[in-house]
Design a protein around this ligand. Structure first.
Ligand SMILES: NC(=O)c1ccc[n+]([C@@H]2O[C@H](COP(=O)([O-])OP(=O)(O)OC[C@H]3O[C@@H](n4cnc5c(N)ncnc54)[C@H](O)[C@@H]3O)[C@@H](O)[C@H]2O)c1
Length: 358
């Protein structure tokens, strides 16, 4: 895979490399000034620490990227870049999952009003979702992604070998986004995921390369049309209004985002069917696909009132009087549905929670 993404006025090159060794070789060629790397990734493969240590660059290790994605670490990172005298045309590299790429993206977009950025996403979610579309973010006052910017990297490097060391449930969070991309695109894309579900579970390299490539292309095409999320890009929130409600209601249980989104998509599909938007056949097919993934939902609690209250305060609602949902009219036909009948939604959540089998 090697193609260009044009967003706003900038172009992003996406390179697909077969092995971690070739990624390190690539780094040697582009000669970045500094690499920010997730400690778990650094320790997951001896080659990374051995080779990185020999290259002429500075290394900044992020101990716990989701926790580090905030002001305290941000200040340390700026101080570090200042100490090593990073200039505007120097390149910074992020190697890690979405938390790392979000944080380093934000640093690159703000330090000296913007420095060159290369993203090397290492989790499935970051490869198919977080690295595409130019959104950067840090968490603030315990609110996720409250501060951020739109800033494209110059380059993205995708390497499936990184995925081999990812924890199974963490890996499955990326599968949720792949399924979301397929459902909002077409029945053919959904069928393709169905047919390859075993290969996805087994992390088969060849199949993964193709599936990731297709998923990136879907997001890239949407983002190219609507970089600043004024219209079509909102469809990428399919399952996310319900999902964020579930995630916020489970903040004590530290559940995974992709698992909340998977249940959020099941809710959105059921709601679409209940509103007679989605046919029985399409509803069954799409729900069965999601239910065929071995998500561990055991820690997730579905408290309808809590979920509803968080959904009401979702920052993406267009007014105080309604809740904005992305529903499906059919495969590849997402729609924005403004729900004003909040009792109906609350009743739905009660029934769904009662019937849901983990
Ligand atoms: N910018 C965007 O458009 C966008 C989109 C979706 C999500 N996000 C953000 O991305 C983050 C979620 O992404 P994520 O799931 O990658 O989270 P993450 O970066 O926290 O990684 C998840 C876990 O996997 C570990 N990990 C990553 N790669 C690994 C590897 N190759 N081997 C072993 N362990 C590895 C990490 O250390 C971490 O423990 C959130 O902060 C979310 O807000 C951003």
């Amino acid at each position: 895979m090697n193609f260009k993404i044009s967003q706003k006025s900038s172009e992003v090159t996406v390179n697909s490399l077969v092995s971690i060794e070739s990624v390190l070789q690539y780094l040697e060629n582009i000669q970045p000034k500094v690499v920010f790397i997730d400690k778990a990734v650094l320790e997951s493969n001896n080659v990374i620490s051995n080779v990185l240590g020999k290259l002429e660059l500075e290394i900044f290790v992020l101990e716990d990227p989701e926790r580090d994605k905030g002001f305290a670490k941000l200040q340390q990172c700026y101080e570090f870049l200042h100490e090593i005298n990073v200039q505007r045309n120097d390149t910074v590299v992020a190697i890690g999952g979405g938390a790392t790429t979000d944080l380093v993206g934000f640093i690159a977009s703000t330090f000296k009003r913007g420095i060159k950025l290369c993203l090397i996403p290492t989790s499935l979610l970051s490869q198919v979702d977080a690295c595409i579309g130019g959104k950067t973010a840090i968490n603030f006052l315990e609110v996720k992604n409250l501060i951020g910017s739109f800033y494209n990297p110059n380059e993205i490097v995708i390497c499936t070998e990184f995925l081999m060391s990812q924890d199974k449930q963490q890996y499955l969070t990326g599968v949720s986004e792949i399924i979301k991309h397929a459902l909002i695109t077409s029945e053919a894309e959904t069928d393709y995921i169905y047919e390859n579900i075993e290969a996805i579970n087994q992390r088969n390299t060849k199949s993964l390369e193709e599936i990731i490539n297709r998923s990136i292309n879907i997001k890239k095409d949407i983002v190219n049309e609507d970089f600043l999320e004024a219209g079509k890009r909102k469809f990428l929130n399919f399952g996310h209004t319900f999902g964020h409600g579930i995630e916020s209601a489970n903040v004590e249980n530290s559940i995974l985002h992709g698992h909340a989104v998977a249940i959020g998509m099941l809710m959105a599909l059921q709601y679409s069917y209940d509103q007679e938007l989605l046919s029985k056949n399409d509803f069954n097919k799409s729900s069965n696909l999601l239910r065929s993934i071995n998500y561990d939902f055991s820690k997730i609690e579905l408290d309808p009132n809590k979920i509803y209250n968080f959904m009401k305060s979702d920052k993406k609602n267009s007014s105080n009087q309604s809740i904005s949902l992305i529903l499906l009219n059919g495969f590849g036909e997402p729609v924005i549905y403004e729900e004003t009948d909040t009792n109906k939604l609350l009743n739905f959540l009660n029934t769904f929670a009662k019937d849901f089998e983990k």
